[in-house]
Write a protein that binds this ligand. Structure first.
Ligand code: 5GP
Length: 243
């Protein structure tokens, strides 16, 4: 494998930074310890979080690839960095919900914790200044954020991810409540980008329904990284294995 290293910072998000490399088709994602909520209003440094999320994301992306879902992930570079394909990102968030909670409950007044059958799907515009407003297919088409075919592919792949991951988490005694995915274009193909970590999904213990995800940070419950490590441990992600 050719060595890849950081050339220039392309973008610094709230929890990750993206760097160009010598290879125009590859970027480096740096998972930082920064943890943010409420569109960046609450920010804290949580020791080990960057490493745990980097390792966790690689594990999940490899599982999804193995199930036939194309992902951006290429390989782990260091404890906090991964090499990924350089995607042309679509500025839209795809959310699937298996259990009602969070913004769905606030918006629609449905009971918190209600099982959703079938699971529901929502699009949001990725725009912090506007607080990521909910949008529909027509907004995406009208404003040219993605084509009709890309919209259908994003829905299909997001539900395919649900099939793979609900089973994976169920076997590890966790409920995949909801999650957010982002997609991008790579050499004519739509590919799962960004990350899949407890920062962008909700995971509850199957028996107690204790929260094992970023809601612990949002709600000031403490034990955030400990919960992420517990999730990793239950799935069999080895956080200490050599790269
Ligand atoms: P809600 O719409 O209930 O706030 O979030 C639904 C799901 O999508 C949750 O799992 C949440 O973590 C994830 N999600 C939605 N928007 C974002 C976002 O901008 N950043 C992150 N990290 N996760 C998000």
């Amino acid at each position: 494998m050719a060595t890849v290293s950081r050339v220039k910072e392309l973008y610094a998000g709230k929890a990750k930074s993206v760097y160009t490399t010598q290879d125009p088709n590859r970027l480096i994602l740096h998972f930082r310890n920064d943890t943010s909520a409420f569109d960046g209003e609450k920010i804290e440094q949580l020791e080990r979080k960057g490493m745990v999320n980097n390792r966790f994301n690689a594990f999940i992306m490899e599982r999804l690839e193995a199930a036939g879902i194309p992902t951006q992930h290429d390989h782990l570079l260091s404890q906090e960095e991964s090499v990924v394909k350089a995607l042309d990102m679509i500025p839209v968030e795809c959310v699937v919900r298996n259990i009602a909670t969070g913004s769905l409950v606030k918006r629609l007044g449905v009971p918190d914790g209600m099982d959703l059958s079938p699971p529901t799907f929502e699009f949001f515009l990725k725009n912090d200044a506007l607080h990521d407003p909910m949008i529909n297919d027509y907004h995406i088409l009208t404003f040219g954020w993605a084509s009709g075919e890309e919209i259908e592919t994003m829905k299909r792949l997001t539900f395919q991810v649900n099939g793979v991951l609900t089973a994976l988490f169920r076997d590890a005694k966790m409920l995949l409540v909801d999650y957010k995915l982002e997609f991008g274009r790579y050499q004519g193909e739509l590919v799962l980008g960004d990350e899949f970590t407890p920062d962008g999904c909700r995971l509850w213990d199957s028996d107690t329904r204790n929260k094992l995800d970023k809601d612990r940070f949002r709600q000031g419950l403490g034990g955030v990284v400990e919960a992420y490590e517990e999730v990793a441990h239950r799935l069999g992600v080895d956080l200490d294995s050599p790269l």
